[in-house]
Design a protein. Structure first.
Length: 304
């Protein structure tokens, strides 16, 4: 009787997650069929069946062709810089969550959390529209600076490649910091209140409670998220860089995902862009299993 009840419960739970499994299969695994284009000289609108099979030609071209090799190295430099900045400041959402938790005025705390979380639900197109209206040569910032006589000509905030990596990190942080802090706020709520109460009874100050109890309790969550971000080091998306790219900053803002998109949609190099994307996937898998191994060695458990 108990065994049948467990089977029925297991079946119900499986049916509950079945739609999500199907979504993963359709949107994550079914597109892998497109990898076949990397082994053909495909040029639309000619069907793939009539395209010439070239084997590993596009993969060897990436290594042997000096022009493509320089392009890939430039793209990897941009990708590593963008992802490196994100990893280097990955502690920021944790610290933000700690200080947000310390706000004692509940209405003000909810206001700050709402304001900082809301940008996560804004598309990058709208983010760029905001940036354009504020930082364009005729935008609000330049208008104020010129009206006050601080500058004689507009500053090209958006039409410049200077500090573009740092500027992209600032926009990414503004958009995602509040949302990323939610997980740390959940971890803070799970800290045993007896620890903080005992620390205060022993005379610990507010900063000592944060440094000795709150932050150490958040470190396991931080390291898990850090390992996951390391595994996705080459996959930093393209939407942000696509909307902010222009002819002035293209050489420094173009990351790997955007390069693959531009190569396929701009120059029609569907086959070689697929090959580059495949190589990125394999490198990401190596990073995933490497970071999982490091997690097991350091923490005693992995995340996969």
């Amino acid at each position: 009787m108990l065994k049948n009840k467990r089977k029925r419960r297991g079946l119900r739970e499986f049916l509950m997650i079945l739609p999500f499994i199907l979504l993963v299969l359709v949107f994550s695994y079914y597109p892998l069929y497109g990898w076949i284009y990397a082994f053909f000289d495909y040029k639309p609108p000619r069907p793939l069946a009539k395209s010439t099979f070239v084997g590993l030609k596009w993969f060897t071209d990436i290594v042997n062709n000096s022009v493509k090799r320089k392009e890939i190295l430039r793209i990897l430099r941009n990708t590593f810089a963008m992802s490196g900045l994100s990893l280097g400041f990955s502690w920021f959402p944790m610290i933000f969550a700690v200080f947000l938790n310390e706000i004692k005025c509940v209405p003000f705390k909810k206001f700050v959390q709402t304001v900082t979380t809301l940008p996560n639900f804004i598309s990058w197109v709208l983010v760029y529209a905001i940036a354009y209206s504020v930082f364009n040569s005729t935008g609000a910032i330049n208008s104020i600076l010129m009206d006050t006589g601080a500058i004689s000509k507009p500053i090209m905030f958006l039409q410049s490649s200077k500090a573009i990596w740092f500027k992209m990190w600032l926009w990414l942080t503004w958009k995602n910091a509040g949302w990323a802090a939610i997980m740390y706020l959940a971890a803070i709520s799970g800290i045993d209140e007896q620890l903080t109460e005992a620390a205060r009874v022993d005379g610990a100050s507010r900063w000592q409670v944060i440094w000795r109890i709150t932050v150490p309790s958040l470190l396991p969550t931080y390291f898990v998220l850090l390992m996951i971000n390391l595994a996705n080091f080459l996959s930093n998306g393209m939407e942000q860089y696509y909307v902010f790219s222009n002819s002035f900053n293209k050489s420094t803002i173009e990351v790997l995902d955007l390069y693959v998109y531009n190569m396929a949609m701009g120059s029609g190099g569907y086959s070689i862009s697929t090959a580059v994307s495949m190589l990125k996937t394999f490198v990401s898998m190596v990073l995933l299993f490497t970071t999982n191994g490091i997690s097991k060695a350091v923490r005693g458990e992995g995340f996969i």
